[in-house]
Design a protein around this ligand. Structure first.
Ligand code: ATP
Ligand code: MG
Length: 327
C-alpha cells in the first residue's frame, strides 16, 4: 500500500481553505493508502502563539479531523511535538541544506514581512517539514498548492542526501495537489490565499463559523463589475474563487458550474454557494460538538506517539550512522 503524510498547523481556527486543500483529500484517500496525519504544532510556533490558546487549537484541530470523517482506526494520527525525532532529524537536514534554498521560499517571504522580528524557525520551517515527510518514507504528500514549493524542496533534500552518501536513505516523495489545484482565496482579497493567520476575519470562512456568519461573509465577498458567473482568475478573481468552492463541494466541474449559473446574478450565485458551504459545515460541526470533549482524543495521540516514535527512531539511528555521529 502506498504511504501518505499530511498535517495542519494549530495556528488558529481551521478554515475552509484547510478543509478543501487538505482535510477533504485525507478523507478521500484514507481507504486506499497507509496514512500519517499530524498536528503540526512545532510549525505553528514559527510565528508567535499564545500558550493559553495553543492547547485549545490543538484539541480543536484533532476534533475537526475526526468530525470531518478521518477515521482514527484507519489513520495514524499524532502530535508533532510528541515525537522528539522530528526536530532532531530536522537539525541534521538543516546542516545538509544550503541557506540560499530557504530564503527564496514564498511562505518565508510572505510571513517574514508581517513581523520584522521574525524567528529563525520561520526560515528553517521547510526543513522541519522535510523531516516530517522523509522520516516515514512516504510516496505522496497531499497538500494545497501553497505548500507545493516546500514538498519540492523536500525532494531536493532527499535526492541530495541519497547521492551524497550513495545510499537510499530516503524515499523521494511527490506532492499530491487537490483536484483542480484548488487554492481557496480570501473572500475580501481574492488575490491572497485564505489563511488561518489572516488578520481580516471577514475574508476567511472558519469551519466552526455559525450559519449566519458564513452567509454574511459569502454575501459580502468581493466580486467585480463584469456581472457574469465566469471562471476568469485574471479579471474576476472573486467570482472564480466562489466557483472553485462551489465546484469542489458539489463535485461539479467548473464548466458545469458556469452553465448552472449562466443566467444568474451574483446575489443568486452567492446564495447557492452559501447553501452548499452551510450544508457541508453544519454536518461537521454537529460531530465536532460530540467529539471535542471526549477522552478519546488523548488516547488517539498516545497511540500515534508510540507508533511514530518507533519509526522515527530507526530513521534517526540510520542518519546518525551514515553521517558519522557515533564511535
Ligand atoms: P497559516 O496561516 O498559519 O500558515 P494556513 O491556513 O496556511 O495557516 P497551514 O496549516 O499552513 O494552514 O496548512 C495546512 C494545509 O492546508 C496545507 O496542506 C495547505 O496546503 C492547506 N491550505 C492552507 N490554506 C489553503 C488554501 N487557501 N487553499 C487550499 N489549501 C490550503
Ligand atoms: Mg500556511
Amino acid at each position: 500500500m502506498k504511504r501518505i503524510l499530511t498535517g495542519i498547523q494549530p495556528s488558529g481556527s481551521i478554515t475552509l481553505g484547510n478543509y478543501i486543500g487538505a482535510i477533504k483529500q485525507m478523507v478521500n484517500m484514507q481507504n486506499d493508502y497507509e496514512t500519517y496525519i499530524f498536528i503540526a504544532d512545532m510549525h505553528a510556533i514559527t510565528v508567535p502563539q499564545d500558550p493559553k490558546e495553543l492547547p485549545n487549537n490543538i484539541k480543536n484541530l484533532l476534533a475537526i479531523y475526526l468530525a470531518s470523517g478521518i477515521d482514527y482506526k484507519k489513520n495514524t494520527i499524532f502530535l508533532q511535538s510528541d515525537n522528539i525525532y522530528h526536530a532532531n532529524i530536522s537539525w541534521m537536514l538543516e546542516c545538509l541544506t544550503p541557506y540560499g534554498e530557504l530564503s527564496r521560499m514564498t511562505q518565508f517571504k510572505d510571513k517574514s514581512k508581517k513581523n520584522a522580528n521574525f524567528s529563525a524557525g520561520l526560515l528553517t520551517y521547510p526543513i522541519l517539514m522535510a523531516s516530517d515527510i522523509l522520516i516515514y518514507d512516504v510516496d505522496y504528500v497531499p497538500t494545497g498548492q501553497d505548500q507545493k514549493q516546500h514538498v519540492e524542496l523536500t525532494r531536493d533534500i532527499a535526492i541530495r542526501i541519497n547521492k551524497k552518501y550513495n545510499e537510499d536513505v530516503f524515499k523521494v516523495p511527490e506532492p499530491l495537489i487537490t483536484k483542480g489545484g484548488a487554492k481557496i482565496m480570501d473572500l475580501q482579497d481574492p488575490t491572497k490565499k485564505m489563511s488561518k493567520s489572516s488578520e481580516n476575519q471577514k475574508g476567511v470562512i472558519y469551519l466552526l463559523d455559525t450559519e449566519d456568519t458564513i452567509r454574511k461573509k459569502i454575501g459580502s465577498a468581493v466580486t467585480d463589475s463584469v456581472g457574469k458567473v465566469k471562471y476568469d482568475i485574471e479579471n474576476q478573481p472573486g467570482i472564480s474563487n466562489l466557483i472553485t468552492i462551489y465546484s469542489v463541494l458539489t463535485n461539479k466541474s467548473i464548466e458545469e458550474v458556469e452553465k448552472e449559473f449562466e443566467n444568474s446574478n451574483y446575489g443568486i450565485f452567492k446564495k447557492s454557494v452559501a447553501d452548499v458551504v452551510v450544508e457541508e459545515l453544519s454536518k461537521i460541526q454537529e460531530k465536532y460538538n460530540e467529539l471535542v470533549n471526549s477522552n478519546k482524543l488523548e488516547e488517539i495521540l498516545k497511540n500515534g506517539k508510540e507508533k511514530t516514535t518507533e519509526i522515527a527512531k530507526n530513521k534517526y539511528e540510520k542518519l546518525k550512522s551514515i553521517i558519522g555521529l557515533h564511535i
